[in-house]
Design a protein around this ligand. Structure first.
Ligand code: ADP
Length: 556
């Protein structure tokens, strides 16, 4: 039977043991995650010297021979120089993976560190023990001039590193700044603990029992720094942690075999060992697979978001170009339109028949150009969210009829039968933007005429279940199955549309958005190619629209 006494000494040994083991494991994990990185290497070196310094420091407080204590103290201050230097080195290289050390580092700091650490092993720093402390208490040594150099060098190494951490935290951006912030937090915690327990308490209150706990106080710094270094490689840590676990379990079960008292026990334990090992290997494989998949996924997501950013920028540039270009293009055809109609109206004298016919063709082509530019401007307004709507009570029947009448000449030019079916009973007024709705009806009839080589085009009005319905039916080229939805998309034209007319594939896109802003619907129906088509607009009579002047369509 064992009885366990937990004295303060046992407890501080246990605490230091755990702290040192944690520092060692963190150092190893950080190093293994990227062995070629000078930052990760420097972190391992720093962890190593933290451990060496911690162990020596502990020993020097717990031995009672003056000779051994003197040497333990000499080695402690020897290690302390290297410890401070490894801290300095870490922040000279962090967060780079490769670095060329500068003149100051190679020709001044490093030689000074070597000389100073060696001096610390000689009587130049510590001559002899003048007062031997008991176990866990500080001994006092007679010091020499070497101590001044030691103090200055360590102070320089530590203060300049902390200044560089603070500076970098303030001046860096994004990912780097986050990394520095973590290091700064760790540094603040560790140095506050060290200042309090290793300086304030011993010097002011003469309480020295916490001095040997230095590794515990350094642990927060090590933990935060390893997190900062590994932050963007945390997935690798998962693999390393799994492997450490499997290794520890395998070693544990292997030791159990060696400690078996009977052959049966040894065989059973051997089987358990094999089981654990094979399960461990399977676990490792699956963790690796999972991590690889996630890394791949992260990479793809990143690439996708970069591509998306590029596309958004391109789209913005395109929208801006269209907006500027169409504004500039608008004035010349408008002026041309004004002059052409004035000439044709005889304002500049009589126009002979031989001239008026080509002039009319020129006017038609110019009108087409104007409507193309208007479509582009509308799209640009939609994209920028600057399309304005002025809703007011509108007599739709009157609106439809006047639009129909304006287009009669265009239909008769193509020798099409162009019919108007009024509603069975008078329609109520609806809240609508008159000009925009006219544009929609005009566009649907215009398309019907464009895409119908012969036959008829019919505009019908009706009222159905609280809705006003317009429909434009033609006997033209029809729409292929499955295409009836696509034609409402931006810049989408039917495959043979170029043969029928000039256009950009914007008219239906704009029309649909206008109808939707009236809380209505616009859709197309067709039996298939060559079988004509019908475009239907339905708008609720009670659409509750207020006289709104502008709607931000970009937020749709
Ligand atoms: P555009 O007429 O400039 O091509 P629209 O957006 O007005 O642009 O129309 C998009 C496409 O829808 C047209 O290219 C055409 O293929 C198809 N389309 C539109 N109206 C009709 C119609 N009445 N009959 C057959 N196809 C049509």
């Amino acid at each position: 039977m064992f009885s366990i006494f937990i004295s303060l000494q046992n407890l501080d040994l246990l605490t230091i043991g755990i702290a040192i083991a944690s520092i060692g494991i963190l150092g190893f994990i950080v190093y293994s995650s990227n062995k070629n990185s000078v930052t990760n290497q420097s972190f391992l070196i720093f962890s190593f010297f933290t451990i060496v310094y911690g162990v020596l420091n502990y020993i020097s407080y717990h031995i009672s021979s003056p000779f051994l204590t003197l040497w333990a103290l000499r080695f402690t201050i020897f290690a302390a120089v290297w410890h401070a230097f490894s801290f300095y080195r870490l922040f000279t290289v962090f967060p780079q993976e490769q670095i060329v050390f500068d003149f100051k580092y190679k020709k001044i700091i490093l030689p000074l560190v070597i000389v100073c650490s060696l001096i610390n092993l000689t009587p130049l720093s510590m001559q002899k023990i003048v007062m031997l402390g008991g176990s866990g208490e500080a001994s006092q040594a007679q010091t020499g001039p070497g101590m001044a150099l030691f103090g200055l060098l360590v102070a320089y190494l530590i203060i300049s590193s902390i200044v560089s951490i603070v500076k970098n935290t303030l001046h860096s951006e994004g990912q780097k700044r986050d990394q520095y912030k973590f290091i700064l937090i760790g540094t603040i915690i560790t140095f506050s603990l060290l200042l309090c327990f290793n300086l304030l308490l011993p010097v002011v209150f003469n309480i020295v029992i916490f001095i040997s706990l230095a590794p515990l106080f350094i642990l927060p710094f090590v933990a935060f720094t390893s997190y900062a270094i590994m932050r963007y490689h945390l997935l690798d840590v998962k693999i390393i942690a799994t492997e450490v676990l499997i290794f520890a379990l395998s070693i544990g079960t292997l030791l159990e075999i060696l400690l078996s008292e009977t052959v049966t026990a040894a065989v059973i334990r051997f089987l358990i060992f094999l089981l654990i090992l094979s399960l461990g290997i399977l676990l490792d494989k699956s963790v690796r697979r999972e991590v690889n998949q996630r890394v791949q996924l992260q990479k793809l997501t990143q690439e996708l978001s970069q591509a998306n950013d590029k596309l958004t920028a391109l789209d913005k540039a395109r929208a801006e170009f269209i907006s500027i270009a169409s504004h500039q293009l608008r004035t010349p055809p408008a002026t041309l339109k004004w002059y052409l109609s004035a000439i044709l109206a005889g304002d500049y004298g009589n126009v002979p028949e031989s001239v008026s016919s080509p002039l009319k063709k020129a006017e038609q082509t110019n009108n087409l150009l104007i409507s193309l530019i208007e479509d582009m401007l509308n799209v640009s307004r939609i994209e920028r969210g600057t399309m304005e709507f002025l809703f007011e009570p509108v007599n739709v029947e009157e609106l439809a009829k006047t639009t129909y009448e304006q287009l009669v000449p265009m239909a008769s030019d193509k020798q099409l039968i162009f019919k108007y079916n009024p509603p069975a009973k008078p329609l109520p007024n609806i809240m609508a933007d008159k000009e925009k709705l006219r544009q929609v009806i005009n566009n649907l009839i215009d398309n019907a005429i464009k895409y119908t080589p012969h036959g008829s085009v019919t505009l019908s009005l009706s009222q159905d279940k609280g809705k006003v319905m317009f429909s434009v039916t033609d006997t033209g080229k029809g729409i292929a199955k499955g295409e009836t939805k696509n034609i409402f998309q931006k810049y989408t034209r039917g495959k043979d549309s170029i043969m029928h007319s000039a256009g950009l594939g914007l008219g239906l896109y704009v029309a649909k958005i206008i109808v939707e802003q009236h809380k209505g619907k616009l859709w197309a129906e067709s039996e298939g190619e060559g079988k004509g088509s019908t475009f239907i607009v339905s708008i609720p009579i009670k659409n509750n629209l207020k006289a709104t002047s502008q709607i931000d369509l970009t937020k749709k």
